[in-house]
Design a protein around this ligand. Structure first.
Ligand code: ADP
Ligand code: MG
Length: 216
């Protein structure tokens, strides 16, 4: 990757490698995600994400996406159709908007990449109608996308993702004292307080793997 922030780019193949790395992390964190969801939900976030990621991998193995739009669309279709829980359509919306905004191009600059993440975030918000502090995946995604946007304006993609990972991880921890206002966890009312949100936890993995694969 070029050292000049203005000219460094991320290719479709790198985006595919990012999703593959995410799928590996989802497998590795399956039990943790399920345990978190058992405490405040129905105990299926790990298996939901694993099922979705496996379905995506089957498609990526069979048919490599030609461009960023195709990357987002292929992932979104499988996540939406293979995952029964709320997280499938939410992550599906994320990837569809990511791809649509990224466009029919083979690579993205740092600023274009951040714009794609922003579009994905906006799609999650419009689909799920949650906001910061509702104890959802948005509590990791909103601060991380903001850090990514600031980061790519000021420096390299590597630095931007490092800042985004820190923001996502802090966002995950910040969910612990919150009372859930969206999703299944909201049914628990005050009993949702004191537990880490599973969706925020998987979103932090999305950023960590992006930093690992897209950052260097
Ligand atoms: P389900 O709740 O249907 O069992 P999952 O267990 O796979 O689905 O996913 C639960 C996660 O989805 C939650 O931890 C939360 O982060 C996220 N989530 C639920 N509802 C919303 C929403 N309206 N907006 C954003 N994220 C949400
Ligand atoms: Mg669940």
């Amino acid at each position: 990757m070029a050292a000049d922030p203005a000219t460094e780019t991320v290719t479709t193949d790198q985006l595919v490698a990012w999703f593959r790395a995410f799928a590996v992390e989802i497998e590795a964190h399956n039990e943790e995600l399920t345990a978190l969801d058992s405490a405040i939900g129905d105990g299926d976030h790990g298996t939901n994400m694993r099922r979705g990621c496996r379905a995506v991998l089957a498609v990526l193995d069979a048919d490599a996406p030609e461009d960023v739009a195709g990357f987002g669309r292929a992932i979104a279709m499988r996540l939406i159709s293979a995952v029964g829980g709320a997280s499938g359509p939410l992550y599906g919306s994320f990837f569809l908007a990511f791809g649509t905004t990224g466009g029919k191009v083979g690579e993205l600059t740092g600023e274009q990449l951040a714009a794609a993440w922003r579009a994905g975030l906006d799609a999650v918000i419009s689909r799920g109608k949650a906001q910061l502090g509702d104890k959802t995946m948005l509590d990791a995604m909103i601060p991380a996308v903001e850090a990514l946007e600031t980061g790519v304006r000021q420096g390299s993609i590597t630095e931007a993702f490092a800042a985004a990972v820190t923001a996502a991880d802090e966002g995950v921890k910040a969910t612990i004292p919150l009372q859930a206002r969206k999703g299944r966890a909201s049914y628990l009312g005050e009993r949702s307080i004191g537990h880490q949100d599973p969706g925020a936890t998987s979103t932090a993995l999305l950023f960590r793997t992006a930093a690992d694969v897209l950052g260097p």
